[in-house]
Design a protein around this ligand. Structure first.
Ligand SMILES: Nc1nc2c(c(=O)[nH]1)N[C@H]1C(S)=C(S)[C@@H](COP(=O)(O)OP(=O)(O)OC[C@H]3O[C@@H](n4cnc5c(=O)[nH]c(N)nc54)[C@H](O)[C@@H]3O)O[C@H]1N2
Ligand SMILES: Nc1nc2c(c(=O)[nH]1)N[C@H]1C(S)=C(S)[C@@H](COP(=O)(O)OP(=O)(O)OC[C@H]3O[C@@H](n4cnc5c(=O)[nH]c(N)nc54)[C@H](O)[C@@H]3O)O[C@H]1N2
Ligand code: SF4
Ligand SMILES: [Mo]
Length: 647
């Protein structure tokens, strides 16, 4: 069989274009050689997709619960009776409690328009509650929009010619391997790679220059850089004059951040702060890659704001890279049906556990997400979902922890078993992702399940509109080329908003943000509290897993914690010993790895792990939300540690 085009739909910066073939019945997933950015190699996850599709972890049939919660005791049922049961429970809850007691809960397990967005047509028609999708990048988006209007930045293509690549709280060599490869290509042409990370991350270790601020002190560091640029006359006066407003206010605030004060707060040596500023002044163009990682702490949004202002001072139009989801003209509302029926109640995804514990939802439909490991406040979430008055449905490709709390589990087709279109958030190229094999077992697409439920609930015709027509409407004005070209298998570029256009009240980069003032935030970035008791527990992406996916191929996410030798000594912990991490929210037992990759006072674990005691990492993370954007605070979680005695 000739290779078919597909696109990796994982929540990942790279959105690899793929060539998928069936050689003698064997499924082969390879990079599409025709798409330069991701040609050449796949990451360790992309490389084992075929194994994941055929793994023993697949949900292949519909099931209904046959034992208590939590637990995996299920009986197989026919699709018809599973859907009938779901529809009748849904009707009961709607009648008794209204649509606000019905929640659809999803994230980006598969970023396809038909997988993630299409099902929302049904829920919007019902007026059901949804979340604010704040779990990942929302705070950073809102932060950038205060100063730049829409939150988009450069694409990898636009960044590639940079002479300086700064990875700020962004472990790209792990979390965005093709972007990292692009940076390495730049280095071979003489560019410099710098990293800002509290840890000696994989990316920091491979960079030409790295600084290691204390977690949560990035605002201070950014002000240090800004102050140095201004006071040494190294900033681009002409650019600042033409494209920004609020320079004087920024200058005044930054002038309070002398090298010695910055060094005191961040722990970064004065010379290194100055060196970072000099790199910005000397090496142009530069691109600052602002990671989702730095943005997931109490000071996360403020850090994104502060860091994003540095490129403006050195004369770069949107000289940063964050997420470009707001750069394209894709009409998502055409997919979610929001113009027919706006979403009902919107609740915090980060703080969802609070509402679930209080029993605010009686019917929860989960798809494309594994909230029973990935949401903060696991203790509350688990207590809430154990209530007898909540009915939980899960539509997933694989068995996961959420199934342990589900009443009905429905089998989902993987991306290789259905057609879809994935909109990337970094590069701007799309291709139709084609069904390569028939769905395994009785697994079915989200479109199919949505329409089966819609029919049972008597939904109007628009809810179940032909998915191709929906895609045509959503993408019609968004492509450089026609939708028919896309259908015919061409790779097309997305129309993109301009880099030098600023959708702020003044039409310029607002170093001092009027919108922030109106919203009740400080017009200039603020360095918040960063100190506290015990340790800061950082956690970030690791190479073999996409969040909780690929454990069926690679085994459990290693339940380990990195501890600096000084702390290990003080705690009486040796390499390989068991340690209990605990705070007022919960406790998790992990194995210590004594290493200088983390500084004293800071711990690091692979994110979303399950402890050796079966307790999830997110039982330590509070449901606290950031002021700007309502994002999570994973990377400012405070914990204590002690040698673990029993398991
Ligand atoms: N401690 C800690 N927790 C975190 C984070 C952190 O840094 N630290 N990061 C947060 C971030 S940034 C994110 S983005 C979230 C991610 O949180 P989740 O989105 O919950 O992450 P996944 O584990 O990838 O779960 C996706 C689920 O979708 C399923 N799936 C995959 N493909 C399909 C499909 O085609 N159809 C259907 N129906 N299901 C499919 C997978 O099998 C999996 O069960 O986690 C957050 N949680
Ligand atoms: N392999 C792999 N790649 C992925 C994913 C995956 O699950 N696996 N998930 C994708 C998704 S959804 C996301 S959100 C991204 C996340 O990928 P990134 O944007 O790279 O973010 P993280 O991996 O959360 O953390 C990056 C770095 O931020 C550092 N950091 C933590 N706190 C601070 C701080 O206060 N200041 C600074 N300067 N740095 C800090 C951490 O030490 C870490 O090295 O990765 C995407 N790519
Ligand atoms: S997970 Fe990311 S890097 Fe890996 S194949 Fe998919 S898009 Fe590419
Ligand atoms: Mo994420």
């Amino acid at each position: 069989m000739a290779a078919l085009k597909s696109v990796c739909p994982r929540d990942c910066y790279d959105t690899c274009h793929l060539a998928v073939s069936l050689d003698g019945g064997e499924l082969r997933v390879a990079p599409d050689p025709g798409f330069a950015f991701t040609a050449g190699f796949l990451c360790p996850r992309g490389a084992v997709e075929a194994r994941r599709v055929f793994s023993a972890g697949r949900v292949l049939f519909p099931y209904r619960r046959a034992g208590g919660k939590p637990g995996r005791s299920f009986e197989r049922v026919e699709w018809g009776s599973a859907l009938d049961e779901v529809a009748s429970r849904l009707k009961e809850v709607l009648e008794e409690h209204g649509p606000g007691a019905v929640l659809h809960l999803e994230y980006a397990g598969n970023m396809g328009l038909l997988t993630w967005y299409y099902p929302q047509r049904l829920w919007n028609w019902l007026g059901a509650a949804r979340t604010d999708y704040s779990i990942c990048s929302k705070s950073g988006h809102e932060a950038l929009s205060l100063h730049y209007g829409l939150s988009y930045g450069r694409t990898p293509e636009e960044a590639e010619g940079s002479r300086l690549f700064v990875f700020w709280g962004f472990n790209a060599s792990v979390s965005s391997p093709h972007l990292w490869a692009a940076a390495l290509r730049g280095r071979r042409r003489g560019s410099v790679i710098a990293a800002v990370d509290p840890r000696r991350s994989e990316t920091a270790l491979k960079s030409d220059f790295a600084v290691h601020p204390r977690p949560g002190t990035d605002v201070a560091l950014a002000y240090g850089v800004i102050n140095y640029l201004i006071s040494e006359g190294l900033y681009d006066e002409d650019f600042v004059e033409r494209y920004t407003v609020g320079f004087e206010e920024l200058r005044r605030e930054a002038s309070r951040w002398s090298l010695s004060r910055v060094s005191g707060v961040t722990g970064v040596g004065e010379k290194d702060v100055a060196r970072l500023a000099e790199l910005y002044a000397e090496l142009k163009p530069s691109t600052t890659f602002i990671g989702f990682g730095v943005q997931k702490g109490v000071n996360g949004a403020e850090a994104v704001r502060a860091v994003s202002l540095i490129p403006a001072l050195v004369g770069q139009h949107r000289g940063f890279y964050y997420s470009n989801s707001r750069r394209w003209l894709v009409d998502l509302a055409a997919v979610t049906g929001e113009r027919h029926a706006p979403p009902g109640r919107v609740v915090s995804q980060v703080a969802l556990a609070e509402l679930v514990e209080r029993g605010e939802f009686k019917f929860i439909y989960v798809y494309n997400m594994n909230p029973l490991l990935t949401l903060p406040g696991q203790g509350k979430l688990r207590r809430g979902l154990s209530r007898s008055d909540v009915f939980v449905v899960l539509h997933d490709t694989h068995w996961n922890e959420t199934a342990d709390y589900a009443d009905v589990v429905l089998p989902a087709a993987t991306y290789l078993e259905k057609d879809d279109v994935v909109i990337p958030y970094a590069h701007g190229y799309v291709a139709m992702s084609r069904k390569v094999i028939e769905p395994l077992g009785e697994s079915r697409s989200e479109v199919w399940v949505t329409c089966e439920l819609a029919r049972r609930l008597g939904a109007p015709e628009w809810v179940c509109r032909d998915p191709l027509d929906v895609l045509r409407e959503a993408l019609g004005g968004a492509l450089e080329g026609s939708f028919e070209d896309l259908l015919a298998g061409k790779t097309l570029r997305l129309k993109a908003r301009r880099l030098d256009e600023y959708q702020t009240p003044s039409g310029r980069i607002e170093l001092y943000s009027r919108r922030a003032l109106e919203l009740g935030f400080s017009p200039l970035p603020v360095q918040g509290e960063y100190d506290g008791e015990g340790f800061v527990l950082l956690n970030s992406a690791t190479p073999l897993y996409t969040h909780t996916q690929f454990r069926d191929v690679y085994g459990p996410i290693p339940a380990v914690v990195h501890v600096n030798p000084v702390d290990a000594e003080r705690l009486g912990v040796r390499d390989g010993d068991l340690v209990e991490l605990y705070n007022e929210h919960g406790s998790v037992v992990v194995k210590a790895q004594v290493t200088e990759l983390v500084p004293p006072g800071v711990l690091w674990s692979p994110r979303q792990l399950v402890g050796l005691d079966g307790s999830p990492q997110n039982s330590l993370v509070p449901t606290e939300t950031q002021r700007i954007g309502g994002g999570p605070v994973f990377n400012s979680t405070r914990v204590f540690a002690r040698p673990a005695r029993v398991i």
